[in-house]
Design a protein around this ligand. Structure first.
Ligand SMILES: Cc1ncc(COP(=O)(O)O)c(C=O)c1O
Length: 654
């Protein structure tokens, strides 16, 4: 799948080779913009804001035709770029070089820089081929002579300080200073201590996700913990005229799920595999990820700077290009999603916008599920049409409609499964098969499921999107997003990303990475609690409808049971009495917190009609199935008994 190329003839951007709009482009269908600078001419260049494609195509042609965003400074007043060295008098003009010897910290850093290999776009590897090789090598330098000697001998740094192990067995430590010893009544209130998962509520209720490993519990193969990534389809989306397309459609290789390298196929149990994905860098002994809080890195020479500027995703050049801390989060996520690479963004919408802008072409159509996160839906319904990209929305459950609507002019298929907030389940495998027959890539927002419950790349999808703000980070303390795909796709999307600039801050990458250490544990607990709450609400006399794929009555139950390892932690339900009743119920909860977002450790409750989906028109909300009395619950890690009691009293108070 190719990202946005910049075809010199304007193909794919709705522009003909002469820069004019092609007849039949979406602009032709949707609205004819005057395009020659006069308000009347429908064919010349238009005076309004340029489309994304327009700007890129014009820049490729030399930039002169590009519409200047700001008046340029006159040639006489234009300043040369100020590089530090030039400003201070050239190479030897640095202040710390004014004397005879370089300042010691600079000398040390330059020694490290000498180790830095020219950017190749490849992850750094040590002699054994493990990632992080040159970082590990540099660690020797940072440790001083003794450290270097130990590093050279391959020894770990011995700790001379007493460790917790030296302080005696845990039982003894408990008595001395554990919270339990200090406050024996911490669990005596009317909140429960964590209890083992309870038996299903109703006769015939489905077994928990952990028990339902049937078709997906495959014999283990090689894979974990080698971090060898699975054989993923590397699918390039050829453009018309692209030689890759000349041979017609490519036969899809047989898919043997889960692929080698999937966290569920290796020789570790899944919980271990998920934890090992976040194992710390091999060049330092701390178990926590180190935060490289730098926006820019010093360079050895102008040539090195030029090489970095041309490189794909250099980690130590300029933070919008990449950052080592962010890169470690990306690697961990790619591993647990069975992808080859990931691109972290500063929010889920940053990731989604980057992926859509990279792939969508003016004059082509997106075919999307009709139940989506509101901002994604808004972007497709309101923003992208301004750039000539229309979207056809379809029920995610109707595979036949997808078969009818996916055509050669479809730029991508977009699914969100389970969807926000109705938990609509789309059959990723069936829809991917149809899309691939027509050479169309499939994007899946996997935020609701998390990689613990579902790995769309294993089901045949091409690109996975995440709001890392939710389950991945898991503690409602960071905004993050990510794209996961094969390496070629990620590198291509990175070019767009670098221009748009939604890079993730290193501190936020640290938090998201740390959150992922407990991802499996949290999601398993949340799955089970959500399943029990769904059953509880389903039996509640004041609840008219419950949406959770664990319920056999849910239309997506069978597909979810096939493609997911757990049914997820989001439960939506409807109450009688419309907006007012819904509001009263949510304002009465005591354990569940009224708030937007989801996927954190605290249970959150919200009212889509008046909150997250308020930006949509009544018509759009109705079409998306958002009823006035719909309430969405993001189940946290509290005890299920407390949550049931809380919901019961809230419903009674309506
Ligand atoms: C399914 C889904 N995708 C994407 C997003 C956007 O994520 P963010 O808020 O991190 O931009 C959300 C946010 O709620 C979401 O629920």
């Amino acid at each position: 799948m190719a990202g946005r190329g910049w075809p010199a003839d304007g193909r794919g951007c709705g522009l003909a080779a002469d820069g004019r709009r092609q007849p039949g482009s979406a602009d032709e269908h949707t609205r004819r913009r005057p395009t020659d600078g006069s308000a009347a001419d429908p064919d010349g260049p238009h005076p309004g804001p340029l489309g994304i494609g327009d700007r890129l195509v014009r820049r490729k042609r030399g930039g002169r035709a590009r519409r200047p965003l700001r008046p340029r400074a006159s040639p006489r007043r234009r300043r040369e770029p100020r590089h530090g060295r030039e400003r201070r008098g050239g190479r030897r003009g640095r202040r710390w070089l004014a004397g005879s010897a370089p300042a010691p910290h600079r000398a040390r850093r330059r020694r490290c820089r000498r180790d830095r290999e020219p950017p190749t776009g490849e992850p750094r590897r040590d002699r054994g081929g493990r990632r992080g090789g040159d970082r590990r090598a540099r660690a020797g330098d940072r440790r001083g002579r003794a450290g270097r000697a130990r590093a050279a001998a391959g020894a770990r740094v011995r700790r001379d300080r007493p460790t917790r192990r030296d302080q005696g067995p845990p039982a003894a430590r408990d008595r001395r200073g554990s919270p339990r010893a200090r406050s024996p009544c911490a669990l005596d209130g009317d909140r429960r201590r964590p209890s083992p998962p309870r038996a299903p509520h109703r006769e015939g209720a489905r077994p928990g996700a952990a028990d339902r490993r049937g078709p997906r519990a495959r014999p283990s193969g090689p894979g974990w913990p080698t971090r060898a990534l699975g054989r993923l389809r590397r699918r390039r989306r050829a453009r018309p005229g692209d030689p890759a397309r000349a041979g017609g459609r490519r036969a899809r290789p047989p898919r043997d799920r889960p692929p080698e390298g999937s966290p569920v196929s290796g020789d570790r149990q899944r919980a271990t595999a998920f934890l090992e994905a976040t194992a710390s860098e091999e060049d330092h002994d701390g178990l926590g990820l180190s935060i490289e809080q730098s926006a820019t890195w010093s360079l050895e020479s102008a040539e090195q700077g030029a090489a970095f500027a041309q490189a794909k995703r250099p980690e130590e050049f300029y933070a919008r290009w990449g950052n080592p801390t962010v890169a470690r989060f990306e690697e961990a996520l790619a591993d647990v999603e069975s992808g080859e690479a990931a691109l972290a963004a500063s929010s889920g919408m940053g990731a989604i916008a980057t992926a859509l802008i990279d792939q969508a072409r003016e004059g082509e159509r997106i075919v999307a599920q009709n139940s989506l996160y509101s901002a994604t839906q808004e972007m497709m319904a309101r923003l992208l049409p301004d750039y000539g990209v229309e979207t056809t929305f379809l029920p995610g459950t109707d595979v036949d409609r997808f078969a009818d609507e996916i055509t050669e002019d479809t730029s991508l298929v977009y699914l969100e499964t389970p969807s926000n907030p109705l938990l609509q389940v789309a059959d990723v495998e069936a829809i991917s098969d149809i899309a691939h027959e027509r050479d169309v890539p499939v994007f899946v927002d996997n935020t609701f499921a998390s990689p613990v419950n579902q790995r769309p790349l294993e089901l045949g999808a091409d690109v996975v999107l995440h709001s890392g703000t939710k389950f991945l980070a898991g503690h409602s303390d960071v905004t993050a997003g990510a794209i996961v795909a094969d390496r070629d796709t990620i590198e291509s999307m990175w070019t767009t990303y670098k221009m748009l600039g939604p890079s993730l801050a290193p501190n936020d990458a640290f938090l998201a990475h740390r959150g992922m250490k407990t991802l499996e544990l949290r999601v398993q607990r949340q799955n089970e609690t959500a399943r029990q709450l769904a059953a509880f609400l389903d039996d509640h006399p004041l609840v008219t409808e419950v949406y959770h794929p664990s319920l056999e009555t849910h239309p997506g139950h069978d597909v979810a049971a096939r493609q997911m390892d757990g049914f997820g932690a989001i439960v939506s339900f409807e109450v009688d009495g419309g907006v007012e009743a819904g509001r009263r119920a949510l304002e009465s909860t005591e354990v569940a917190t009224l708030g937007v977002s989801l996927g954190g450790v605290e249970t959150l409750i919200q009212h889509p009609a008046s909150m997250t989906h308020a930006p949509l028109s009544d018509e759009e909300r109705r079409e998306a199935g958002i009823a006035d009395g719909l309430i969405r619950l993001s189940v946290g890690i509290e005890d299920v008994v407390d949550l049931e009691t809380d919901l019961d009293q809230a419903l009674e108070s309506m």
